[in-house]
Write a protein that binds this ligand. Structure first.
Ligand SMILES: *[C@@H]1O[C@H](CO)[C@@H](O)[C@H](O)[C@H]1NC(C)=O
Ligand SMILES: *[C@@H]1O[C@H](CO)[C@@H](O)[C@H](O)[C@H]1NC(C)=O
Ligand SMILES: *[C@@H]1O[C@H](CO)[C@@H](O)[C@H](O)[C@H]1NC(C)=O
Ligand SMILES: *[C@@H]1O[C@H](CO)[C@@H](O)[C@H](O)[C@H]1NC(C)=O
Ligand SMILES: *[C@@H]1O[C@H](CO)[C@@H](O)[C@H](O)[C@H]1NC(C)=O
Ligand SMILES: *[C@@H]1O[C@H](CO)[C@@H](O)[C@H](O)[C@H]1NC(C)=O
Length: 546
């Protein structure tokens, strides 16, 4: 909370004040000449430019989102297409001419090639929308979408609110991106959830179940993972675990860091495996694909709808230590203490080498980075991880429920989601787990080692914030399909058409969560959202993206 904090709220206040001066007509829908309702770009921008920090208030430093950081993010996005090509071998969007044409349009809009007049802006936005409409529909084009949003944002910050015609053109462009996203999600047919441990993945998998998705198993520990794909996380340093273990104890599944190579499965085989069994969601709780030896080959599968959820790195880390402590307690009872000669940060770092050291960056760059020694992780990795995030089709922030509600409905097509945060840790696990945390000086030391992840998280948050503007525009334009907020414990939750979940939640680590909607819920159940758009087709159609 230092003086360097020109926080986002100030930015918002600035924008709001500017709107009041220059435009007293801010309403959500404004009729134009041809009688069509226009979605007000500015109103949505103002509504979405707020990160609600109440859930993370005790973790340092998320609140410090400055104007400078927003401008830095925008600048980074403009550079992204070119550095993507230098960083990764696979970035499918870059191979299309139209992609570059729209990127050039975005640069012009942002004023990189000279300031445009309002009338030129309208023409430019319309020509960009026309090109977006021609893009092939096998991809969601997340990189392009974010570059365009960055340009809209830059124009807005520098020139004040769009005029009516430009706002309408901006809305048309956003709607184009939404339609492209929805169509592509249907062609992809599979949600690939990148589950970064302790960032809300269990909840996501259970929500998938409630929304009618299908996978190998929704049970705890399986958690939407596909056994054959071997995407289980590698947490505990196997060598260290074994060296501490009293004789005669079985080595548990989670002591697999450094001892369990992934049996790698190509995107092509993953897709066919899933389609044959009519599964439409999988989770990957390890690293992105393809980079066991060659970091440049790290990639997500372009034929999947790739979803990533981020949680504040400090809260994620804390939750992870508590979870692992509770796992030891549960598995080894009174012998658990053998594995913890101390619970200081040095021991934790040796025990959970990846999870305690910039876990996001390691997970997002493949095995060759996941297993790097701490001293070898650099700013170059941070930059690459930013690009990796930019390629995910959908980006959720655990601590921003109102944002996620828009994304569940408009980016995944789910009719049901939570109105509030529901991380898995039960109060019992919490009570036990807390005893394993390092003391506060030591804890600060540990946080210091994770500053690269903190930076990545700030970038990701701003990216999500840009993203949600597109989906919110589409919803305001009437393209939503309905959404109900559910509550986890039968109490009253938010939202109209509100339903409650019956069934037990985990008490011990590894217990099942059995979430069900009670028998005659009034809630309309979709079948896993957009990815099921074409699943009535009997044979695998030729246009399927594999
Ligand atoms: C912020 O989030 C908290 C809980 O996460 C919620 O109670 C509060 O209403 C939210 N505030 C706003 C302004 O959305
Ligand atoms: C933040 O810390 C204060 C005191 O340190 C505590 O009372 C409060 O419950 C904490 N809030 C959260 C969200 O953890
Ligand atoms: C990407 O880089 C390669 C050289 O590494 C170059 O041949 C290719 O033209 C570049 N592609 C784009 C789209 O810039
Ligand atoms: C894993 O454990 C071994 C055995 O104690 C230790 O030598 C090694 O340094 C640990 N790995 C890391 C990355 O801390
Ligand atoms: C880590 O960095 C050290 C020193 O720069 C280097 O000698 C070593 O080869 C690196 N290790 C890996 C796995 O890259
Ligand atoms: C749901 O409602 C139908 C009729 O409205 C009824 O026949 C059925 O038994 C109900 N199912 C449950 C589980 O309550």
């Amino acid at each position: 909370m230092g003086p360097r904090r020109y926080c986002l709220q100030m930015l918002i206040a600035g924008i709001a004040a500017a709107s009041l001066v220059t435009c007293s007509c801010t309403t959500t829908a404004t009729p134009t000449g041809n009688g069509q309702a226009v979605v007000d770009f500015d109103a949505i921008l103002l509504r979405r430019l707020i990160l609600n920090n109440s859930a993370t208030s005790n973790a340092t430093d998320v609140a410090a989102v400055s104007v400078h950081q927003i401008m830095e993010t925008i600048g980074y996005l403009f550079k992204a297409p070119r550095i993507l090509n230098e960083t990764f071998d696979k970035a499918p969007e870059l191979n299309n001419e139209l992609f570059w044409e729209v990127v050039h349009g975005a640069e012009a809009l942002a004023g990189i090639k000279g300031i445009l007049a309002e009338s030129e802006v309208v023409a430019l936005l319309d020509s960009m929308a026309a090109r977006v409409a021609q893009l092939p529909t096998h991809l969601c084009w997340p990189v392009l979408r974010r570059v365009v949003l960055a340009a809209l944002m830059q124009r807005r910050l520098q020139h004040g609110p769009f005029g009516l015609d430009a706002a309408a053109a901006a809305a048309r462009l956003c709607v184009r991106f939404f339609l492209l996203h929805r169509t592509a999600a249907g062609r992809k047919g599979i949600i690939d959830f990148f589950h970064i441990s302790k960032a809300g993945g269990t909840t996501f998998c259970q929500l998938a179940k409630l929304n009618g998705c299908r996978t190998q198993s929704f049970a705890a520990r399986r958690n939407c993972l596909i056994r054959e794909f071997d995407d289980v996380p590698r947490w505990v340093n196997h060598t260290l675990h074994v060296s501490l273990a009293p004789r005669g104890l079985r080595t548990p599944w989670f002591a697999n860091w450094g001892s369990k190579q992934r049996n790698s499965v190509s995107c092509h085989i993953r897709k066919r495996f899933m389609m044959r069994r009519r599964f439409n969601i999988l989770a990957n709780e390890f690293t992105v694909y393809g980079a066991q030896r060659i970091p440049r080959n790290a990639h997500v599968c372009p034929g999947h709808l790739n979803v990533l959820q981020l949680r504040h790195p400090h809260l994620r880390l804390r939750s992870h230590l508590m979870w692992v402590w509770a796992l030891y307690d549960h598995h080894f009872k009174e012998q658990a203490s053998e594995f913890f000669p101390t619970h200081g940060s040095t021991h934790w770092r040796a025990l959970l080498p990846a999870a305690t050291d910039n876990y996001y960056i390691r997970s997002l760059l493949g095995e060759s980075v996941y297993f790097l020694p701490p001293e070898n992780l650099t700013l170059t990795h941070l930059a690459a991880a930013r690009l990796a995030i930019t390629q995910f089709d959908v980006l959720l922030l655990l601590e921003q429920p109102s944002m996620n509600e828009v994304l569940y409905e408009m980016a995944i097509g789910w009719g049901l989601g939570f109105g509030a945060v529901h991380a898995r840790t039960s109060s019992q696990v919490h009570e036990v787990g807390r005893q394993g945390l390092p003391d506060s000086e030591d804890w600060k030391e540990l946080l210091k080692q994770n500053e690269l992840d903190m930076d990545l998280y700030r970038f990701g948050s701003l990216l999500a914030l840009l993203d949600v503007i597109v989906f919110d525009m589409a919803r305001e334009a009437g393209l939503g399909s309905g959404y109900s907020s559910v509550s986890a414990d039968g109490g009253e939750g938010g939202g109209a058409g509100n339903a409650a979940i019956a069934g037990s939640r985990a008490v011990n680590p590894g217990d099942d969560e059995q979430w069900e909607l009670p028998g005659n819920s009034t809630t309309q159940r979709s079948m896993c959202g957009f990815v099921s758009a074409n699943e009535a087709d009997d044979v695998l159609p030729a246009w399927l993206v594999v």
